[in-house]
Design a protein around this ligand. Structure first.
Ligand SMILES: Cc1cc2nc3c(=O)[nH]c(=O)nc-3n(C[C@H](O)[C@H](O)[C@H](O)COP(=O)(O)OP(=O)(O)OC[C@H]3O[C@@H](n4cnc5c(N)ncnc54)[C@H](O)[C@@H]3O)c2cc1C
Length: 440
């Protein structure tokens, strides 16, 4: 009999893994709380198209995407911009989220994946130590494996029993609140930097962007703490002073959402269970991009499932998925999680100094653009590193903040490298504690 795979939530990684598994003869059903045709948000997303190829998904039709402009990063004073120079073969694409979903869903349906819309997942069903299915608004469903693609606040992950050692959820500092809206164009004034990223704009801890499109201006305001609409409106006034094209009328979006910005989940698997995408915190900790990482993870997960010829789907057989993910992506994200913590301790003046002193360069910003291969961030030119250290040493306060972070980054990298190669419950749980501790 075909093994039955349950995908909880129609996340990007879940539907992509579903496609590969259905193509290989598994009986796969996705349970999604939203209505058919209403998935996603009313705006565009940016991601690396190589991740589609990695997951065996064809490129979307050419009229459905365009290549993203290089971004220009600004320090809090907005005086000095550092522009990316992303090589052509690494350019990311920009696509309407609903079109990405349509593309992934059609691909999966073509292989026989079933989708049950308007079916809310309420939590896991446990049989002994094993996740044996899910509770849903339409009744209980049992299967051989539950793939948890329900996103950051997954009711499956957060209701798993403690003894599995899987973290329940991100705390406040581990998620970013985003306000995103497209505004009308207030003037035809030409802009030299079309896609502007501002760090700690107006001296407030957060990241924002203003992207000047032909017909509208795309605004994103991200904060690492709670933020009200009044505070956003106030910030928009400041943004308009710097970006005269930014109008006052919202033409699309205008919502608040949250994205995880932390290290990946320390234990992603259990007997009968595997988490993917935001449910496993696979986003890039500094900026919250997660589509490329989750698409790549879908291939790693599906390959692991297929390799389990006896269809046991235990933590032991699924562990290969976690080790692969960390080797190829997660180990590169862990230092960035430390970097995000450092960022939150810096003052606007210190960020200005990092930009104006040449400590952060256009090459650094460009390297950060290829989120598909975060491991490359760790390979730096040694002379460049020494120059950076010399620059930091000139500012004692900055040095004081940076030194412990360098220690934490080294610890995070070393801990990732020490992840048990094979599943052993005691060893994995002990490792998970050390790993989580290195981010405190
Ligand atoms: C506003 C915003 C902008 C972003 N922009 C980018 C970007 O430009 N580039 C990029 O790479 N990444 C971006 N991300 C991150 C990216 O969307 C995610 O990292 C990526 O989609 C992986 O998340 P996911 O698919 O696992 O989860 P989600 O996108 O959260 O999807 C989870 C799915 O599960 C469903 N679901 C949730 N709970 C239940 C339930 N109880 N029962 C049934 N179904 C449920 C949801 O309806 C949804 O369909 C953005 C995220 C947000 C929120």
């Amino acid at each position: 009999m075909n093994k039955k795979i349950i995908v909880a939530g129609l996340g990007h990684g879940g539907i992509s893994a579903a496609a590969i598994l259905a193509a290989n003869g598994y009986d796969v059903t996705v349970y999604e709380k939203k209505k058919e045709g209403t998935l996603g948000y009313d705006w565009t997303d940016i991601f690396a198209p190589r991740s589609l190829e990695y997951a065996g998904i064809p490129m979307p039709p050419e009229d459905k995407y365009e290549y993203k402009e290089d971004m220009t990063f600004f320090a809090p004073t907005c005086e000095k911009g550092l522009r990316q120079h992303v090589p052509e073969d690494q350019l990311e694409i920009k696509m309407e989220r609903r079109d990405i979903y349509e593309h992934l869903i059609n691909h999966a349906l073509g292989f026989g994946v079933k989708i049950e819309y308007e079916c809310e997942v309420l939590g896991p069903i446990m049989l002994g130590n094993r996740v044996a299915g899910i509770r849903t608004s339409k009744g209980d469903v049992y299967g051989d494996l539950v793939i948890d693609a329900c996103g950051m606040n997954s009711p499956v992950r957060s209701n798993l029993p403690e003894f599995l050692g899987i973290e329940k959820g991100p705390d406040r500092s581990e998620k970013i609140t985003i306000y995103r809206a497209f505004y009308n164009k207030a003037s035809d004034e030409e802009v030299d930097a079309k896609f502007r990223i501002m760090l700690f704009g107006k001296g407030i801890k957060g990241i924002s962007w203003v992207a000047s499109e032909d017909e509208y201006t795309d605004v994103l305001i991200g904060r690492f703490e709670d933020v009200t609409k009044e505070e956003i409106d106030d910030f928009l006034v400041w943004l308009r002073e710097k970006n005269p094209r930014l109008g006052t009328e919202v033409v699309r979006g205008g919502q608040f959402v949250e994205i995880p910005v932390r290290q990946p989940l320390s234990v992603m698997v259990a007997d009968g269970y595997a988490a993917i995408g935001d449910s496993a915190f696979m986003t890039v900790p500094l900026i919250g991009s997660g589509i490329a990482n989750t698409l790549k993870a879908s291939k790693m997960l599906a390959d692991t499932v297929i390799a389990d010829k006896n269809g046991e789907f235990t933590a032991k057989t699924l562990w290969r998925y976690q080790t692969e993910y960390y080797k190829k992506i997660g180990a590169g994200l862990a230092p960035l999680a430390c970097g995000k913590k450092l960022l939150l301790t810096l003052t606007p003046d210190e960020i200005d100094y990092c930009f104006s002193s040449g400590m952060i360069t256009e090459d650094d910003i460009t390297m950060g653009a290829d989120f598909g291969d975060m491991g490359s961030l760790l390979d730096g030119d040694i002379n460049d590193m020494i120059n950076k250290i010399k620059t930091v040493c000139k500012d004692p306060n900055l040095l004081k903040k940076l030194l412990p972070v360098v220690g934490k980054i080294s610890k995070a990298v070393a801990t990732c490298a020490m992840m048990p190669k094979k599943w052993n419950r005691e060893r994995v749980l002990a490792w998970s504690k050390v790993y989580s501790y290195s981010f405190r």
